[in-house]
Every structure is written in C-alpha cells, then in structure tokens.
Ligand binder design. Structure first.
Ligand code: SAH
Length: 246
C-alpha cells in the first residue's frame, strides 16, 4: 500500500469519526432536552395526581418526584409517560398508574430499613420507587423477557439495591424470607398463603385480590394471626399461576 492511500484512509476515518462524534453529541443533547422536559412533567404529575389526592408521606412524594417514569415505558408511549393511567409495556402487561404506585407505597409505611418483596416486576418502575424507600428490594417476574429488561434498566439507572428474580411469585422467595413488607402488583384470586408465611410478625402486605372485581387489601401479620384492611377498588392484570403448578 502506498503512503498516499494510507493518508487517505486516515483522513477518511477521521471524517467518519467526526460524524459519529457529532451524531452522539446531538443524540446526547436531545436526550438531555427530553429529560429536562420530562422533569417538569413529573413534578406536575406529583402535584396534580398524587399530592392532590391525599398522599402525604413526604418520602413517597420525593421518590415519585425522582424516578424517571419515562425511562420505564416503551418509546412509543414516551409522550404519555406522566399521564394519569397505566400504560402497555409489551407481553400483554402494563406499568401501573402513578397514583396507585404511590398509594401502595404509602400503605406499606416504609421507613428505610426494610427488606421488601415485590411480586410483578413488569417494567421495574414500582421496584425503583420502592428502592428509594427501603433498604433492599427483591422483585419477582414470571415473564423472563420482562425480568431481563427490567434488571438491565434498573442497573443502568443506578438502582443498585433491587434484585430482579425470574420466577413464580406464588412461591415467593423462601430463601430470603422473612420480609418486612410484601407488595403484589398483579391480582391473585385469593390471598396467596405462601406469601403470608414469608411476612415477618408486624410486617405488611399490600395486594389486589379478585378477578373481574378486585379490592386492594392491606394485611398485617400480628402475633395472634392476620388483620385484613380493605383499602380501594382496583383493576390489575391477573397474577398467573406458574407452570407445573396446575
Ligand atoms: N410493578 C410493575 C407493573 C406490574 S404489571 C411496574 O412497575 O411496571 C404485573 C406484572 O406481574 C406483569 O409483568 C406480570 O408478568 C407479572 N406477573 C403475573 N403473574 C405473576 C406471577 N405469578 N409471578 C410473578 N410475576 C407475575
């Protein structure tokens, strides 16, 4: 190869690199712009959908104001990321309505030292909010692709105290039990007894129970047994039985 053509190749790759650099820079700027606009939308979401409906726990409000919900929805739903509704996340599943996430978190009464189990990782959004309210979060998901995506996303966004586990939530995680709090984000037809067994005495479980008609329940495990409180009528996707169980 002559010296001339080597110089030509070097020049060509320099121009190519400059173009790529410019592209990445422009993309970075665009992402910054989107994040900035989304910050404002998120602050409005907290004011208009959450505070105004009676959520008072300041740690919950702070966590809801901090977690970038737009990073947990598919690109096609970006413009609706801070809307007052659940949104599709693929595989027939949804990310819950922001108010419901805040409400369930408040109902758990977390102080920061707890070990929490979430059933139904989905996008990982609720798990990210919980990770700011508790010491550690174990989150189980029955759709492997969703579990993998959520694990990757949470890692990328720096939520280091969330462990995503691919598996059947009806079985819970006996090897990590007992938990201070359990939150179920898909609806089982009845209260899952195995999950109750994995709750500490004094621990709280928040779970939507029912089929077409569902009710959000808070179950507190006491020395004497369990205390069940009925909180709200709700609508969640069904909690599906694991393979081989039925
Ligand atoms: N918390 C999620 C939304 C949950 S949607 C978020 O913040 O995005 C309910 C999720 O529960 C779905 O992803 C569904 O696949 C999962 N799921 C349903 N049955 C389950 C089971 N038996 N065990 C674990 N996950 C289950």
């Amino acid at each position: 190869m002559s010296l001339g053509s080597q110089v030509l190749i070097k020049k060509g790759s320099f121009i190519l690199m400059a173009f790529l650099g410019l592209g990445a820079w422009a993309e970075g700027l665009l992402a910054m712009d989107i994040d900035l606009a989304m910050d404002q939308e998120r602050a409005r979401m907290v004011r208009e959908q959450i505070e105004s409906r009676g959520i008072r726990d300041s740690r919950v409000l702070k966590a809801m104001a901090s977690v970038p919900r737009h990073r947990f929805v598919p690109e096609s739903e970006l413009h609706r990321a801070y809307q007052d509704s659940p949104l599709p996340i693929g595989h027939g599943q949804t990310i819950s309505q922001p108010f419901i996430v805040a409400y369930m978190c408040e109902a758990l009464g977390l102080e920061g030292h707890e070990k929490v189990l979430e059933i139904g990782t989905g996008s990982g959004y609720h798990a990210a909010v919980l990770s700011l309210l508790a010491k550690e979060v174990y989150s189980m998901e029955i759709v492997e692709a969703l579990a993998d995506e959520a694990r990757e996303r949470l890692k990328k966004l720096g939520y280091g105290n969330v462990m995503v586990i691919f598996g059947d939530g009806y079985k819970g995680l006996p090897e990590e039990a007992p938990f201070d709090a359990i939150v179920v984000t898909a609806a089982p037809p009845q209260i899952p007894q195995e999950l109750l067994r994995q709750l500490k005495t004094g621990g709280r479980m928040v779970v939507p129970v029912g089929r077409a008609e569902q009710e959000l329940l808070r179950i507190i495990r006491t020395e004497q047994g369990v205390k069940v409180e009925r909180l709200l009528p709700v609508r969640f996707v069904p909690m599906v039985p694991g393979k081989g169980d039925h």
